[in-house]
Design a protein around this ligand. Structure first.
Ligand SMILES: Nc1ncnc2c1ncn2[C@@H]1O[C@H](COP(=O)(O)OP(=O)(O)O)[C@@H](O)[C@H]1O
Ligand SMILES: [Mg+2]
Length: 270
């Protein structure tokens, strides 16, 4: 059964989609069979994977009960489009609305090692569905004013999902994303997060770089586009694999580093 990680935050622009695309890529490079699911009607993740915008069926049809999840896999992703917003509205009026994604994913969970779910920028029904379908949650946050409150709100939804419908759900970690660690504010945010969520904040901080937006625009994973800018995601993958108890896979990341990073960066590493 696939380890299923929902990547969420209480708002947009915190790097969720980029995290899913980049982790997908790195985990694949260590030999895991990865499937990503776009649970945001904006379809940014689908674009990042360069899925044909007319591809059918999508997650919307799956949640509407009109298609099987297996048939909605296009390449390595179950894509989404604006139709997902409509599917969410229809879903809201149905019995079992919170468990629809979990039930729909049963078959695909047997076929992959890891499933990553990219949540929308709201803590609504789609995010709840993702948390109920997941084994783990990864909370992404940017160092901004009120970011701690944002993480608290996402944690409340996490607790709700765990306490009601998914008792096995685990908090994989809290990620400080799109950070400029030269600013005092970002450093203070990291400390505040560590104090509030002891042992849960990833040591890896994803540093800010324009290369991510460029890589998304070109629909290429960061390690393909500008590897030295994406090195943080190799470090994050190492922590993720360790926390999942898959350390033997993490040891393969050295090879990924050697294959992708420029020599001067490798020399600087411990
Ligand atoms: N580490 C980063 N540094 C700078 N920009 C980033 C970084 N990660 C993502 N971005 C950019 O920030 C914007 C929001 O990121 P995205 O992953 O789409 O967030 P979300 O899915 O939470 O809305 C996008 O334009 C993306 O390319
Ligand atoms: Mg997104």
């Amino acid at each position: 059964m696939a380890v299923t990680i929902a990547v969420l935050s209480q708002k947009g622009g915190t790097g969720k989609t980029t995290t899913v695309r980049s982790l997908h890529d790195v985990l694949e490079r260590v030999g895991l069979d990865v499937l990503s699911i776009d649970a945001d009607p904006q379809g940014n993740l689908s674009d990042y994977f360069d899925v044909d915008p007319t591809a059918q069926p999508t997650l919307g049809e799956v949640l509407a009960g009109q298609a099987r999840a297996i048939d909605a896999v296009h390449g390595q992703v179950i894509p989404a489009n604006l139709g997902l917003a409509e599917a969410e509205l229809v879903l809201a009026g149905k019995i079992g609305r919170e468990v629809t994604l979990r039930n729909a994913l049963r078959d695909v969970k047997r076929r992959h090692d890891v499933i990553l779910i990219d949540c929308p920028p709201t803590l609504g029904l789609l995010t709840v569905n993702a948390l109920v379908a997941a084994t783990h949650a990864l909370l992404s946050t940017q160092a901004q004013h009120f970011s701690l409150q944002g993480v608290e709100q996402a944690m409340q939804i996490f607790d709700l999902a765990r306490d009601t419908l998914n008792p096995e759900l685990e908090l994989l970690g809290v990620l400080l994303n799109i950070a400029n660690m030269r600013t005092r504010h970002a450093r203070e945010t990291l400390v505040a997060l560590q104090e509030r969520f002891p042992g849960k904040v990833f040591d890896t901080v994803i540093r800010q770089s324009i290369a991510y937006a460029e890589s998304a625009e070109r629909a290429r994973p960061i390690l393909d586009y500008r590897a030295e800018r994406g090195a943080d995601y190799i470090d994050l993958a190492a922590e993720v694999l360790d926390r999942l108890g898959m350390s033997e896979r993490a040891s393969r990341l050295d090879e990924v580093r050697r294959e992708t990073l420029p020599p001067r960066l490798l020399e600087a590493m411990p």
